[in-house]
Design a protein around this ligand. Sequence first.
Ligand code: ATP
Ligand code: MG
Length: 499
Amino acid sequence: MAKVYTDRQDELTIDAVLRRGLRVSGTPKWAILRLALARSLRISTPPDEALDRRESAQGGGEYALEQLTGEGKGEEEDFTPLFCALLSVYHDLDLFADDENFTRLLQRHIRRGLREFRTSWLESHDFHEYLLQELFSDVHIAKKADDGMSQGSIRLALSEIGVSGEIVEQLDGPRLIRFHVRLRDAKDLDVLERGLEKLAFTLGLGEAGVFLVRTQEPKVAALDVPRPPSSWKQATGHDLRQWLALSPSEWRLPVYLGQDVIGKPFGFDLAATPHLLVGGTTGSGKSVCLHAIILSLLSRLTPDRLNLCLIDPKRVEFAPYRDLPHLYGGEIFTDVRDSNEVLKKLVTLMEQRELALAEADARDIDAPAAKSFGWPRIVVVVEELADLLMQSGAIEEPLVRLAQKARATGIHLVLATQRPDAQTFSGLLRSNVPSRISLTVQKSAESRIILDETGAEKLLGRGDMLVKLIGSPARRIHGVFAGLDDIAFAIAAAQRRFQ
Ligand SMILES: Nc1ncnc2c1ncn2[C@@H]1O[C@H](COP(=O)(O)OP(=O)(O)OP(=O)(O)O)[C@@H](O)[C@H]1O
Ligand SMILES: [Mg+2]
């Protein structure tokens, strides 16, 4: 069985990284060996023969490939071909045909990486920071070079609009840089506000805007200035799963949408919202946002506690969920007549639940007296409201009824639409769907229709959004992008839990 050998010094390094570097309890030793490999691969010259070792020395260690690369562990956990491809490319050799050489080179890299840790990481320094620097340093350099958004250029642009101020802080977020500017005079805030468009123009930002956010201090303004997309940090399905794992346990329907301006995950309890409108122009990221909502809901709720009623007149977007055990009615509704039927059925269900609640003297589904009913919450997600309403205006009636009263019975609406105009989003629906998400829109008037305020016309697209939940001011969020793989992953997990 092929093995990688280390010597005593290597073992001491592994130990130091585990105990004083990573400090994540339960991390196995082989994880450090993998980090060492990554470190070594960042060095452009090949590791030398002096690192070869055919047996374990005193105080040294030995690691089976089974641990290191997952060899023989089956498709999901075996990364051997990946490791082999990495080293083959690095050394310009076909290591797939030469197991012995593969193991030898793997060992050389691992031992060289450990030696790097030993010689260049100072234990007084944060190991995570060190790794970030060592493994991704050029990514940082590229980002800085790309940014073109220095404090100097901001200062210059400010002076062009007649505002003088001192930049007192700079926070680098996933897509923006937030500059805190201390103004000479609080009155300058108005000048700044009026000059934002010119400021964006001077900075060469095109359509994307600079957002002004007031801070606690009257003279300090926060300016959110976008970076070019090449330097964005994109949140993924993996991030989403991590956020959800840490979501507050009292949230009944936990949902995470993405990260805020400085990179903090943004989530909320949909049960408290309680209905949601998602608007935005074509390609702005509505469907991606709906997927994030659905995947969030699926993360810990089994079908006995959550049903999803998915309505998709476009027919394609929700298709990946067709085998989900949570589907209300067992299918995805794509036809307008079926959609109307199922919504009417939900209205009936709502009325039955209302009656049962009244008899039990319970105010809503969360009341202690309602617990014994064991009702699942139902979230209705409509992928394109305007399409449905254009096909049949009749659908508005059950939607309005649900929006008006369903929250107490644990039925919630999430409605997405490209065209949130008076026709699709009528007064009655509007006033009963109080929480809104606006992705990028074309005109400020559209932003006003969705959010009752302007701003969404200056967003950056690709899931950039303003989120205004009931009772809270609008917040800028950069949406998480979960792909088809993440959807498949969530469905498989849901099915496993259900069986
Ligand atoms: N959060 C995000 N992060 C990065 N890219 C995104 C994000 N959201 C959307 N995008 C990009 O924008 C594309 C369009 O997104 P999406 O399909 O969700 O738009 P849409 O608003 O539903 O459009 P339509 O109204 O035409 O259905 C995606 O394929 C993706 O490339
Ligand atoms: Mg869409």
